[in-house]
Design a protein around this ligand. Structure first.
Ligand code: ARG
Length: 286
């Protein structure tokens, strides 16, 4: 997972020819390996909390510098995946990337819709472990507030939205084919929250990673199909109007038996609470 992740992030992303050809929600699954299916184009107004992380200096302008997703959880706070801000991705610590921005309220990356807001501060979860992917979240403070209508609530521990079988929506500008076809417009896919024991069986440990229920959740469909993919990282998984996951990792994209793995947002809530109480986030999981 690490190599493909780094590769994907360094080589910006495009959405699927396949998806443009089949613009149906829940379209019949395509069997090919590593192909994200069941995705569909959406307007950002349908998931206004979805933002793009951008650095044109680092990733060029062909897709407005988009390299990861993020989620607005307060007017000046965006959360994303810790691995999106790794030095291997950005080429420098995030607070040194001068043109690191959040693009909000924009469906098509190359349009001028919505706004681009500078990132004033970036904090990677001190408990993040790049080897196991536990605690894969980071917090960005924006230089200007977003509209309140862009903000989504985070689901705390015990929220019923985490129940297996819950329908959730993942959104982003990532790869639509599993082969580096990065989108220029926003897509989404419907996935179900899967039981932790099923995720643990899918990822018992190996090159792609180990599932850890304390800090991760997984979602997809038993037969494969709809899934997030490279370039969607850091973006939202929302169920019942609340944020439950951040796109984190997986083995390929949309493969049967390899569901998408997400940072469990209740862990982010715990981390934010600890940070505001001046405590360091204890390392959990592993
Ligand atoms: N790590 C990827 C990224 O950086 C996200 C991978 C998600 N994969 C999946 N099959 N859901 O963009």
């Amino acid at each position: 997972m690490r190599p493909s992740l780094a590769r994907a992030l360094i080589r910006p992303l495009v959405l699927a020819a396949t998806l443009t050809a089949i613009p149906l929600v829940g379209a019949a699954p395509v069997a090919a390996d590593s192909v994200v299916v069941g995705g569909f184009p959406i307007d950002v107004s349908q998931a206004p909390w979805t933002v793009a992380l951008s650095s044109r200096d680092r990733f060029g302008g062909t897709r407005a510098g988009q390299f990861c997703g993020g989620v607005a959880v307060a007017r000046t706070t965006v959360i994303t995946a810790a691995h999106c801000l790794a030095e291997g991705v950005l080429g420098a610590p995030p607070n040194r990337v001068r043109d690191l921005k959040v693009i909000a309220g924009r469906t098509h990356l190359l349009s001028s819709e919505g706004q681009e807001i500078a990132v004033q501060d970036a904090r990677v979860n001190p408990g993040y472990d790049s080897r196991t992917n536990t605690g894969d979240f980071a917090v960005l403070t924006l230089a200007k507030p977003l509209p309140q209508s862009a903000v989504v609530a985070m689901a705390g521990a015990g929220d019923p939205a985490y129940k297996p079988g819950t329908q959730a929506l993942v959104s982003g500008w990532g790869d639509t084919t599993g082969e580096g076809a990065y989108a220029r417009r926003l897509y989404a896919a419907h996935v179900s929250v899967l039981p932790d024991d099923q995720c643990a069986r899918a990822y018992p440990g190996g090159p792609d990673g180990t599932f850890q229920a304390g800090s991760m959740l997984c979602a997809g469909e038993a037969a494969g199909g709809p899934d997030a993919c490279q370039g969607d990282s850091g973006g939202p998984l929302v169920a019942a109007g609340r944020l439950i996951g951040l796109v984190s990792w997986g083995s390929g994209c949309g493969r049967q038996g390899s569901p998408g793995v997400y940072t469990r947002v209740s862990e982010v809530v715990r981390g934010l609470d600890a940070a505001s109480a001046g405590r360091k986030l204890p390392h959990k999981g592993s």
